[in-house]
Design a protein around this ligand. Structure first.
Ligand code: GLA
Length: 395
């Protein structure tokens, strides 16, 4: 009898481990899908402060962005103050109490991110983490931060002292790995975001140095020319992305006013196909209904956040006409038809070229409309700088 019970208990225990352990392991992995949130830099630059960050957290909830999947409220450069006699970093007068701010953001069901540099100074000339990596990681963890963007900036000056490009490269890798280890020692899970502008093919060594995401380019700006230069240059990088480690073509500019709605749709669609981090870079407290609609389209976000974590890539291009496709977990494909020309263009998607045989079912994600069953190809005329984003299933 006794042995029967303990046999059952043992079996139940084994089952529990089998069922529960993978979930627990998954829960510990940060950035299982591309991080979604907001970052202060694109819109607020050095004008960011405690009150604005709180207002962004409030607006992320009231606008419906949190419910659409946005999580992180990330403070970028210019929060840093001086170090005290023990070398502990303090925030400057714009941020009177970082722990209270983190608590506030957490109380909204959101997470919070911070920014530093492996150099002595950040890009905006504030205090960096050089020689204070462990101390700073501990401080961020004590304050309650969940995310660190680590920006190369003045560490480049240190790299100039290297005797060879190989040595300079190793110094950079070591600097990023050092902060990875410092974060690990805190015991607090943090998303670790590399920002070194894509130098030295960071996608090849970033994950091993601890990156959950790594910038692949220089800075974006709120202009179509710069956004498309960055976005379409991501071709070929798809094999480096996956759950826990993502290519980062920089933050979103949607809602900042420098692009048309079609251009912002191109921005959002391309970033979704790229499985890019979706970090909005606008003022969330001042959004038009159109901006909210662009940032919270569930179908488009589902492309970015697909659990398979496969980054899409370019499958066809002819001059300014491009087709990109992203394989989805359920066997469907997200397909973007992009017109990069400043006038209308007509072209077709050939379903056989995407690997489909026979009939397919098609949904237009921005229109929110099922287009029904099709065979062969889909033809469309696209206005200047516009996109059609489709989801295509085998019938
Ligand atoms: C660099 C980064 C930007 C931003 C600024 C802050 O330019 O690439 O994203 O963090 O520094 O100074």
């Amino acid at each position: 009898m006794k042995s029967q019970i303990s046999g059952r208990l043992l079996l139940a225990g084994i089952l529990a481990v089998l069922l529960v352990a993978p979930a627990a392991v998954r829960a510990q992995q940060v950035a299982a899908t591309p991080p979604m949130g907001w970052n202060s830099w694109n819109h607020f630059n050095n004008k960011i402060d405690d009150a604005i960050v709180r207002a962004q957290a409030d607006a992320m909830v009231s606008s419906g962005m949190r419910d659409a999947g946005y999580v992180y409220i990330n403070i970028d450069d210019t929060w840093e103050g001086d170090r005290d006699a023990q070398g502990v970093i303090h925030s400057n007068s714009k941020f009177p109490d970082m722990k209270a701010l983190a608590d506030y953001v957490h109380s909204k069901g959101l997470k919070i991110g911070i920014y530093s540099s492996p150099g002595a100074k950040t890009c905006a000339g504030f205090e960096g983490s050089l020689n204070h990596e462990d101390q700073d990681a501990q401080t961020y963890a004590q304050w309650g931060f969940d995310y660190l963007k680590y920006d190369l900036c003045s560490f480049r000056d240190i790299m100039k002292t290297a005797s060879s490009p190989e040595q300079a490269h190793q110094m950079m890798v070591d600097a990023y790995a050092k902060m990875r280890d410092a974060i690990k020692k805190t015991g607090r899970p943090m998303v670790y975001s590399f920002c070194q502008y894509g130098d030295d093919a960071v996608w090849q060594w970033g994950p091993a140095a601890g990156a959950n995401l790594w910038r692949t380019t220089g800075d974006i700006s709120d202009h179509y020319a710069r956004m498309e230069e960055i976005g379409f240059a991501q071709a070929g990088l798809s094999k480096y992305a996956g759950p826990g480690h993502w290519n980062d073509p920089d933050m979103l500019e949607i809602g900042n006013g420098g692009m048309t709605t079609d251009e912002y749709k191109t921005h959002m669609s391309l970033w979704a196909i790229l499985a890019a981090p979706l970090l909005s870079g606008n003022d969330l407290s001042q959004m038009s209904p159109n901006t909210i609609a662009l940032l919270t389209n569930r179908d488009v976000i589902a492309v970015d956040q697909d659990p398979a974590g496969k980054q899409g890539d370019r499958v066809w291009a002819e001059g300014p006409m491009e087709i990109w496709s992203k394989p989805m977990a359920d066997g469907s494909q997200a397909v973007g038809m992009f017109n990069r020309q400043s006038g209308p263009m007509s072209f077709s998607v050939d379903f056989a070229k995407l690997g489909f045989k026979g009939k397919v079912k098609v949904r237009d994600l921005w229109a929110g409309k099922d287009l029904g069953t099709m065979e062969g190809s889909y033809h469309a005329t696209l206005p200047a700088h516009s996109v059609i984003l489709l989801l295509v299933w085998a019938q």
